[in-house]
Design a protein around this ligand. Structure first.
Ligand SMILES: O=C(O)CCC(=O)C(=O)O
Ligand SMILES: [Fe+2]
Length: 212
C-alpha cells in the first residue's frame, strides 16, 4: 500500500469537491428465481483457495474462487495463471442478460465465495493487462449482505456500499485506473456470500503461455 507523507482522509460520502467513482448500482437486478438458480448452480462450482504470494509470503486466499470464460480467455490473476473453465448454464445466461441490458461484452467471470464474514478481499484494482481497455466490470452479489469499499487512489476519499443479494454494481471505465476496492471482514456475518465479476479480456492474451 502507498503511504505518501501527509495524508488527509476525506470524511465518508461527503465533501464538496469529493471525487465520484464511475459506478452504477442497480438494486434487485436479479429476481428471487434467478438468484436461487445461480446459487444452486454455484454449489457445484469447482471453487478453490489458491496459494498466492503477497509481499514475498505465500498464503491461501481468504475465500474460494473459480474462473469461467470463453476459449482463449485465461487470466493471470494475483500472480496465478488460471485457465478458463467452460461457462455454466446460469452464469452464461447472466452474461447474456448483462449484454442485452448494458451492452457489456464480458467473456469471462470470476466467482468469489466468502463462507462468512471472516473471509474477505484486500484493496486492489481489477487492472490486469489482459483486461480490455475501455471495458466495464459488472459485479453481481448473491447471499449475505456485505459492505464494499471504494477508495480514490490519490485523494483516499472512501465510499461504502452495502451490497445485497441480487444487486448489480457496474464499475465503469476508468474506475480501475483511479479507484481501488475491497471487501472488508465483517465478523457478525455468519452467512455465505457469492460474487460474480464479469470481465472483458483480450482474447488469447496468454497464447504464448498456454501453447507451451
Ligand atoms: O466480492 C466482491 O464484491 C469483490 C470482488 C472483487 O473485487 C474481485 O473479484 O476482483
Ligand atoms: Fe476486484
Amino acid at each position: 500500500m502507498k503511504q505518501q507523507g501527509l495524508r488527509f482522509d476525506a470524511p465518508q460520502d461527503s465533501g464538496v469537491n469529493a471525487p465520484e467513482p464511475p459506478i452504477k448500482l442497480i438494486r434487485g437486478y436479479l429476481n428471487e428465481a434467478q438468484q436461487t438458480a445461480l446459487l444452486e448452480e454455484a454449489s457445484a462450482y469447482p471453487l478453490s483457495s489458491p496459494i498466492i504470494k503477497v509481499y514475498g509470503r505465500q498464503h491461501a486466499i481468504p475465500r474460494t474462487q473459480a474462473w469461467f470464460g470463453d476459449e482463449g480467455c485465461d487470466y493471470l490473476y494475483s500472480g496465478l495463471f488460471i485457465h478458463a473453465l467452460p461457462w455454466p448454464k446460469y452464469a452464461r445466461m447472466l452474461q447474456q442478460k448483462l449484454k442485452r441490458d448494458f451492452g457489456l461484452n464480458a467473456n469471462g467471470v470470476l466467482v468469489n465465495r466468502y463462507a462468512d464474514g471472516t473471509e474477505s478481499m484486500g484493496w486492489h484494482s481489477d487492472n490486469e493487462p489482459e483486461i480490455a481497455i475501455g471495458s466495464d466490470i459488472a459485479s453481481v452479489t448473491l447471499g449475505a449482505t456485505r459492505d464494499f469499499f471504494i477508495r480514490h487512489k490519490s485523494s483516499h476519499h472512501k465510499i461504502t456500499i452495502s451490497l445485497e443479494s441480487g444487486d448489480l454494481l457496474l464499475m465503469q471505465w476508468p474506475m480501475q485506473k483511479e479507484w481501488e476496492h475491497s471487501l472488508p471482514k465483517r465478523m457478525k456475518v455468519m452467512e455465505p456470500r457469492l460474487n460474480f465479476t464479469f470481465r472483458t479480456l483480450v482474447k488469447n492474451f496468454h497464447k504464448e503461455i498456454t501453447t507451451d
